[in-house]
Write a protein that binds this ligand. Structure first.
Ligand SMILES: Cc1ncc(COP(=O)(O)O)c(C=O)c1O
Length: 458
């Protein structure tokens, strides 16, 4: 039991707050870490300890942790129009301008934008639109949604149903019955000896096709996937994977939702993961770096095929009966617009390409470390797998909880990473510089050495 001073923020937190993705019983004993301030890619806790945040919070704080410029935009917008909704045909300028901007930078031709406040809501909306679309075109039985094992699309009931996260379904009675999950492309862990990336990708596409045939193609309406899997471990798709997967979707007339919540706005070295992997989605969900995480906002883009079906339905029903109170919130859209201007001014995409290439080169050097098996990344995103023996691809015994050991050493060395089992995911703020990549690598070296040393002694 950690000592928690009475009336401290820690004690008040324990008494009042339920934390997402936290062991609640343990939290009652150890309490929270209080984050007090941030600057650039660094944050400080209330003890004054500095951390380099190589996770950008939750893959989202693309411009770091404090911004005078964005604060001024929010302030001015609040003084002018601090709230209005988009219901019943009302609108406001920042919302329209942001929609126009998003359509102008979309990776494939998109028709319209629906705003929400989170990635979960954007994906939930996309799933509802798969159902709505198929009702509109007279195929209401085409309802099943296929996601991928280890895919993550949010915590609302439908978006988590589409996610392949059994730990997040457990005891919630989820996933809902219309959801299925196919194989996920973790080439390093799951390829057979001698199997090339291309052959592995064929196997993944065959598994998708087999699932569709088993379910009945007339019952499958949509497929949702992240261009690069984030919460699944920063998993880079193997060569030819996306070409083969998309060919299957086309063959069975299945709508494709690209979940760009992490990949959107530069993360993979292009404005969209869909550009990096030549995806042709029918809908694109985005959030996180859209506002540099400074405001809760998400945007779902839909193509003309979907939109015209929505128009037909609302003609029939008299209304498009869907919406959120804060969708298109003017303060959030004004901030997002300014964020997109900042991306333009800083030449964000070329910056990510340059610093991303450097980060990949620096992180790949750790492939020789005794506890590292695989290092694979794209842009400013990288997954690194800890393994007992790389040559034989033997993982550590799960009871050793190597990820938790490494996370403890990361905290002790002022480095924040995302740990997913024995995998570490890197997704630093997009503003990171080469010198800061070096700082990250120096801290990482200490983390891996300390983890290795602890594993050897125990
Ligand atoms: C790919 C992906 N989609 C959707 C979500 C859900 O977004 P939110 O937490 O904003 O609801 C996340 C969150 O991490 C995500 O990584």
């Amino acid at each position: 039991m950690t000592y928690v001073a009475p009336n401290s923020i820690q004690a008040r937190d324990i008494a009042s707050v339920v934390h997402p993705q936290t062991n609640l019983a343990r939290h009652l004993e150890v309490g929270p870490q209080v984050i007090e301030r941030g600057q650039g890619i660094y944050i400080w806790d209330d003890a004054g300890t500095q951390f380099l945040d190589a996770a950008a919070g939750l893959w989202c704080a693309s411009l770091g942790y404090a911004s005078e410029r964005l604060a001024k935009v929010a302030y001015e917008q609040m003084r002018k129009l601090g709230y209005y909704h988009l219901y019943r045909g009302t609108t406001n300028e920042p919302g329209v301008e942001l929609a126009e901007k998003l359509l102008s930078i979309a990776p494939v031709k998109m028709s319209k934008v629906l705003f929400q406040c989170s990635g979960s809501e954007a994906n939930d909306t996309a799933i509802k639109l798969v159902w709505y679309y198929h009702s509109a075109i007279g195929k209401p039985h085409k309802r099943k949604i296929i996601g991928r094992n280890m895919g993550y699309h949010g915590s609302t009931s439908a978006s988590i149903s589409a996610s392949g996260k059994p730990d997040m379904h457990a005891d919630f009675g989820l996933p809902f019955s219309d959801f299925r999950h196919t194989e996920y492309p973790h080439y390093y862990r799951r390829h057979e000896d001698g199997e090339s990336e291309e052959a592995f990708a064929t196997r993944m596409a065959d598994a998708l096709e087999q699932l569709i045939l088993t379910e009945g193609p007339d019952t499958v309406g949509g497929f949702i996937a992240e261009p690069v899997m984030g919460a699944g471990g920063g998993l880079i798709p193997p060569r030819t994977y996306w070409d083969k997967m998309q060919a299957v979707l086309r063959k069975y007339d299945i709508l494709f939702i690209a979940d760009e919540v992490i990949c959107g706005f530069g993360r993979t070295g292009n404005m969209w993961g869909s550009i990096t992997y030549d995806l042709k989605p029918d809908m694109i969900s985005s959030a996180k770096a859209l506002s540099a995480a400074m405001q809760p906002i998400s945007a779902l883009m839909v193509n003309e095929k979907i939109f015209s079906a929505m128009v037909d339905e609302s003609k029939k029903l008299g209304n498009f009966a869907h919406g959120f109170t804060y969708a298109g919130h003017p303060v959030a859209t004004a901030v997002a617009l300014e964020v997109l201007r900042i991306y333009d001014e800083m030449d964000m995409v070329p910056h990510v390409q340059r610093v991303g290439a450097y980060m990949q080169q620096v992180l790949r050097r750790f492939a020789d470390h005794p506890i590292i098996g695989d290092v694979r990344g794209v842009g400013l995103m990288c997954g690194m797998e800890m393994m007992k023996d790389n040559a034989t691809r033997t993982p550590f015994d799960p009871v050793r909880k190597v990820g938790a050991v490494a996370e403890k050493h990361a905290r002790a060395n002022g480095l924040i990473l995302r740990f997913i089992g024995d995998r570490m995911a890197f997704s630093p703020p997009l503003i990171i510089t080469e010198a800061e990549v070096d700082d990250m690598a120096a801290r990482l070296q200490k983390v891996l050495d300390a983890t290795w040393s602890e594993l050897r002694t125990n």
